[in-house]
Design a protein around this ligand. Structure first.
Ligand code: NAP
Ligand code: ZN
Ligand code: ZN
Length: 351
């Protein structure tokens, strides 16, 4: 394969335009994946718009990839042509450091190789899933279990694992009160996952519009957070609060919602500082934590859990031409609940 169609931003904040990119030849341990669907994560927008600092351009975003293996290198053992697969936020790591050996490749001591906006271990820029094909080492490819439709499975590769990991780590389960702040791509999957784990789930959303959806997705309770005292009656209530907010929260107020010893885990990555008064932690011996995606083994465990519990994303499938408009709608909070690009609308690859 020489070049394949893709959507790229030429410069920070530039529109996503059709282009062609090179994919490396399929190596000994690589698989070639024909991409069917790719989710639009808010992190794509943060990076295309350089909200997290300097980024690499041209940029082909996309780290919620679902597709099918169309070629496998001679050394590939885990996948075969025709297998349904996924690729998430990382496509390589050093494989030797303590974190890699522990299956936490996202914390690789040499730095994980991000699916896009990074330099691969071969020295070439990495390009993500807004593209018809990708070549990935089989060790960084996930098996999509039967029963997960590809469009609904794609967002699991980032949004799903980003919620699953903290819910498991901080013990979402029967008898635990779990709040999910922000009902977007991550948040709606967080509700489904926490509910499936047996927790009592409350959605905290900026306004009343998403109430019915929250309850339908599995929340037991819903609170609109607007207004100065909207949350007062929930003070001291939650064992775990996972915030997906893409803009800074009033952390003092949200920490106040935790029971003694409770934990607020931030998975949203707002650009810039999020101010905090330390007394909000001291009072009630509360914990403030962050969580970053998940390793390959845990991502596979999450996919298997989702298949067993019939959990997929609620998606709005769009044409490649609609990506810029979709970005604006995500920023405006107008997505129910993940945009997924139908990659067949991008055109065909040369062979
Ligand atoms: P999204 O679909 O835009 O959802 C974010 C939600 O946050 C919105 O739906 C909104 O929910 C809430 N929100 C937005 N602005 C807010 C504000 N000013 N104050 C309070 N809440 C606000 O985005 P996403 O794709 O789920 O991603 C969410 C964040 O997680 C992004 O910052 C993204 O970069 C980050 N992320 C982190 C990881 C990780 O590994 N930690 C992985 C993926 C993404 P309501 O309308 O219900 O209020
Ligand atoms: Zn993401
Ligand atoms: Zn490593």
């Amino acid at each position: 394969m020489t070049t394949v169609p893709a959507l790229a931003a030429a410069a920070p904040g530039a529109p996503l335009e059709p282009t062609r990119i090179r994919r490396r030849p399929v190596g000994e341990h690589d698989v070639l994946i024909e991409i069917a669907y790719v989710g639009i994560c808010h992190s794509d927008i943060h990076q295309v718009r350089e909200e997290w600092g300097a980024a690499a351009f041209p940029m082909v975003p996309g780290h919620e990839i679902a597709g099918v293996v169309t070629e496998a290198g001679p050394g590939v053992t885990r996948f075969a042509v025709g297998d349904r697969v996924g690729v998430g936020c990382l496509v390589d790591s050093c494989r030797r450091c303590a974190h890699c050996r522990r299956g936490e490749e996202q914390f690789c001591a040499e730095g994980m190789t991000s699916t896009y906006n990074a330099v691969g271990r071969d020295g070439a820029p990495t390009y993500g899933g807004y593209s018809t094909h990708i070549v990935v080492d089989e060790n960084y490819v996930l098996a999509l279990p039967d029963g997960l439709a590809p469009a609904e499975a794609a967002p699991l590769l980032c949004a799903g694992i980003t919620m699953y990991a903290p819910l498991v780590r901080w013990g979402a389960g029967p008898g635990r009160r779990v709040a999910i702040a922000g009902l977007g791509g991550l948040g709606h999957l967080g509700v489904k996952l926490a509910r499936a784990m047996g927790a009592e789930v409350t959605v905290l959303s900026r306004g009343p519009r998403k109430r019915e959806d929250a309850l339908r997705l599995g929340a037991a309770h819903f609170r609109a957070t607007g207004g100065p005292s909207a949350l007062d009656e929930l003070n001291g209530h939650f064992d775990l609060l996972v915030s997906t907010a893409s803009a800074p929260l009033d952390l003092d107020a949200y920490l106040g919602l935790l029971a003694v010893g409770g934990t607020l885990v931030h998975v949203g990555v707002p650009p810039g500082p999020s101010p905090l008064t330390v007394a909000a932690l001291v009072d009630g011996r509360r914990n403030l934590a962050g969580s970053f995606i998940g390793g390959i083994a845990e991502t596979q465990a999450m996919l298997d859990f989702c298949a067993a519990h019939r959990i997929g994303a609620e998606v709005e499938v769009i044409h490649a031409k609609q990506v810029d408009e979709a970005y604006d709608r995500v920023v405006a909070g107008d997505v129910r609940y993940r945009f997924v690009i139908d990659v067949s609308t991008l055109g065909r690859a040369d062979r």
